[in-house]
Structures are given as C-alpha cells and as structure tokens.
Design a protein around this ligand. Structure first.
Ligand code: NAD
Length: 265
C-alpha cells in the first residue's frame, strides 16, 4: 500500500528534493508539506501534488505513515514531539544538534522508531565503514585529518557528516572524539599531538557536500573521498529510510547503516 509521507521543511533545498522523490516513487505519496510560518508558499498547492497545500501548523497533520524532517534543530524537536504524541515513525536529516537535543531523540526512540543520520547517501554510509577499516590498520600511527566542503549557506560547522566520520574513526580506535577533535588552528599552536583528529572546513558557492579523510604516515597516505553532486541522493536515501520504517521495526534509534544493512560489514 502507498505510504503517506509528511515532509517538514517542504520549501527548503532538501524539502523540494524530498517532494520530487516522493512524487517519483510509486510506493509513496505526499500527505503533508509543512513549511515555516513565514514561507511564501504557505496556502499554495504543492506543484507535484495539486491536492496538497503547504501548511505551517503541524498539529493539523495527523493522517500520515512516516514523517521526514530536514529543518533546524528546534523545529526537528517539535516534529519529534508531534510524532511521539501520535506514535508515528520519523526520519531526521537535520544536522547541528547539540548533545541535549540528541539525547531527546534518543529518549523519544524508546517509544517510536527513528532513523537519524548525518548523511543519507549510500556512498557515505559505505565510507563510514571504510574509515573504520582504515583506522584499524593505520589509525594508531598515522595523522588523521578530515576535510569538508559545503555551500555558502550552510549554518553549522564542521558538518554533521565530518563529525560522524570522526565518530566512526574514534569507535575503531577506542578514542573519545570530544577529547581528540581539533576544530580550529590559528597562531602559535605548537606541534600536532599524536591522537588528535583535525577538521578543516571549506564554505564556497554551491558545493553540495564533499568529505575527504587523510590517514597520513611519513612517506605515504591514504585519502578516502566522497562527493555529492545532487541533493536528490540524500532525498532518495531519506525516502528509502521512511519506507523501511513503515514496515514497523521496533521502537529504537536507527541510522542509515541499519536501513542499508551495512551494520554487519
Ligand atoms: P534549507 O535552509 O534550504 O531548508 C530548511 C527549511 O526548513 C527552510 O525552508 C526553513 O524555512 C524550514 N524550517 C525551519 N524551521 C521550520 C519550522 N519550524 N517549520 C517548518 N519549516 C521550518 O536547508 P537544507 O539544505 O534543506 O538543509 C536542512 C537541514 O538538513 C540542515 O540541517 C542540513 O545540514 C541537513 N542536511 C542533512 C543531510 C543528510 O543527509 N542528513 C543532507 C542535506 C542537508
């Protein structure tokens, strides 16, 4: 049966790609397109779904199978509370959440299934596994650096994906990312410490998302890179996650490695 999807942030860069993806997938249809109260689209029909109008009052949106939210941390927590109240599953793509906000997602996932992922592309989820493997072989003796580039409108840095790469590397090495992450270097900072993981951020024009991880030893280095050239990649991953949730997995916090079956790699 066709699954009815609620999209929050429907007028955003990801939201418009999500609507296109839902429209082109025979297993999904758009139940609600929720936008910011000041969005110019409010009250208009969604181009791909003439019968659906953009709304801003989430409490009106009750008849759906799965919600997908790519907005802001505060807005995502509002969607989380709404889904929890209705007992509906939720896909979260928003990045830049702090530890307290992430804890709220963790708590809610004891009563509803949630897929929360820093990156919904297949390639990046494979790369999470590849950096774990590289870290197990070269991580203890090499210098690890993570370089990311995004468009000039991105508000959070380093990107959620760069931090997730750092988390996967730390998991493989038994390090705590909060202790070893170096997110700024400026002035007389002294030599690099052995265990640190450096983050470099580029913000430029229309770059959608590029990440490279260096494992650098004296005389050789491995570089693992991933580049996204179209947001539709993330949208397809998020809709795939929504369909996976609609099959009724137990209430739990999942990520894309669970959805794609890569968790055993
Ligand atoms: P965007 O600014 O183009 O879109 C966000 C939209 O959310 C905007 O239209 C904004 O008006 C809307 N919004 C904000 N508060 C709202 C509210 N209370 N109710 C309804 N709508 C609200 O940004 P974007 O590029 O689409 O990215 C959105 C988020 O998704 C960011 O956190 C970004 O980092 C993240 N993102 C994640 C992935 C991933 O794979 N996980 C991929 C791309 C982007």
């Amino acid at each position: 049966m066709t699954k009815r999807i609620l999209i929050k942030g429907a007028a955003g860069r990801m939201g418009t790609n999500l609507i296109k993806t839902v429209a082109s997938n025979p297993d999904t249809t758009l139940a609600y397109a929720v936008v910011h109260p000041e969005a110019p689209q409010l009250g208009q029909s969604v181009p791909e779904f003439a019968e659906v109008k953009y709304i801003s009052d989430l409490s009106q949106a009750t008849d759906f199978d799965v919600a997908i939210d790519f907005t802001s941390p505060e807005s995502t927590l509002e969607t989380l509370a709404h889904c929890q109240k209705l007992g509906k599953p939720l896909v979260i793509g928003t990045t830049g959440l702090n530890a307290e906000q992430k804890e709220k997602i963790q708590q809610a996932s004891t009563s509803i299934p949630v897929v929360f992922a820093a990156n919904f592309s297949v390639g990046m989820n494979l790369m999470f596994k590849l950096v774990e493997k590289a870290a197990r072989v070269m991580g203890t003796y090499s210098d690890i650096e993570i370089i990311e580039a995004h468009h000039h409108n991105k508000v959070d840095a380093p990107s959620g994906t760069a931090l997730a790469l750092g988390e996967h590397i730390c998991k493989a090495l038994g390090r705590d990312l909060d202790e070893v992450a170096v997110k700024e270097r400026n002035g007389l900072i002294g030599p690099r410490t052995k265990d640190e993981i450096g983050f470099s951020t580029i913000r430029a024009a229309d770059v959608i998302g590029e990440h490279t991880v260096w494992f650098a030893d004296i005389g050789e280095r491995i570089e693992l890179s991933h580049k996204v050239s179209d947001r539709i990649t993330f949208a397809r991953g998020a809709v795939h996650a929504a369909l996976w949730l609609s099959q009724g997995p137990e209430a739990k916090l999942y990520d894309m490695t669970n959805v794609l079956g890569l968790d055993k790699l």
